[in-house]
Design a binder for this molecule. Structure first.
Ligand SMILES: C[S@@+](CC[C@H](N)C(=O)[O-])C[C@H]1O[C@@H](n2cnc3c(N)ncnc32)[C@H](O)[C@@H]1O
Length: 228
């Protein structure tokens, strides 16, 4: 079904946040990366500016940068008010406060908007959606997925998760997914089953701690590598 922009909260994170939440090393940032459900993150804009190779995939990219920005500014204060109303759900080590969180999300949005048209022309922003990716087998070294899989476990089935992860593993040698929490701050009920099913299919799947926590308790990612 076509995405409706008025149902979306187009919040995006920065390269620095991606570095932490996926435990990306300098070497990882030199890899050929695909970043799925990237939304208006500034990861692509910033990594490209420093010479990296990254393709972002999201159904949101059917809209113009101006429309995405308009939607962002229509909802940002509502979301920040919700954060302020649930102080125990968040930690303030990375963003110092809800207002600092807003500043960082606005900065990421500006960077994304400034890069989007050029990046779309260059094939760095691609309209697409899990569980199917329009890319050949093994085209990428690393596939990332931030704040989509596991987070929306109340709406997305186990079958959707497993099919999406297998598809990410088809196009990349290694994948990383963050966070493992749902919006309700519980570890997604799909995580243990995914790890077990992937292990039985010959993949090396493990949960790892990362140096990033904004959602309280959200400091783990799933890393999966193809078996040798
Ligand atoms: C919360 S945002 C995360 C943005 C970015 N990854 C970040 O962490 O800053 C979730 C994104 O998932 C995208 N999305 C929704 N359905 C999707 C699907 N089936 N496949 C890929 N992305 C999807 C949305 O358009 C949205 O941009």
């Amino acid at each position: 079904m076509a995405m409706q922009l008025d149902k979306v909260v187009p919040f995006g994170r920065s390269l620095d946040e991606y570095r932490r939440l996926f435990a990306l090393s300098d070497g990882d940032l030199q890899k050929n990366v695909i970043s799925i459900a990237d939304g208006p993150a500034s990861f692509n804009a910033e990594l490209t500016a420093q010479g990296g190779s990254v393709v972002s995939v999201d159904p949101l990219y059917i809209f113009s940068a101006a429309d995405i920005a308009e939607r962002f500014y229509a909802v940002v204060d509502l979301i920040i008010d919700q954060v302020k109303a649930t102080p125990d759900d968040w930690t303030w080590h990375y963003h110092r406060s809800p207002d600092h969180l807003k500043e960082n999300r606005c900065a990421a949005l500006r960077s994304f908007v400034g890069d989007f048209d050029k990046g779309k022309t260059e094939g760095r922003y691609v309209i697409g959606e899990l569980p199917h990716l329009e890319f050949g087998d093994g085209l990428f070294d690393l596939a990332l997925c931030s704040h989509f899989l596991f987070l929306y476990s109340d709406h997305l089935t186990y079958e959707f998760h497993l099919a999406s992860i297998r598809e990410m593993l088809r196009v990349a040698n290694e994948i990383r997914i963050f966070p493992l929490l749902t919006l309700g701050l519980e570890v997604s009920p799909h995580v243990a089953q995914v790890v077990s099913d992937l292990a039985s299919q010959g993949f090396n799947a493990r949960v790892e701690m990362v140096p990033y926590e904004v959602q309280r308790g959200g400091h783990q990612m799933l890393r999966v590598e193809r078996g040798s």
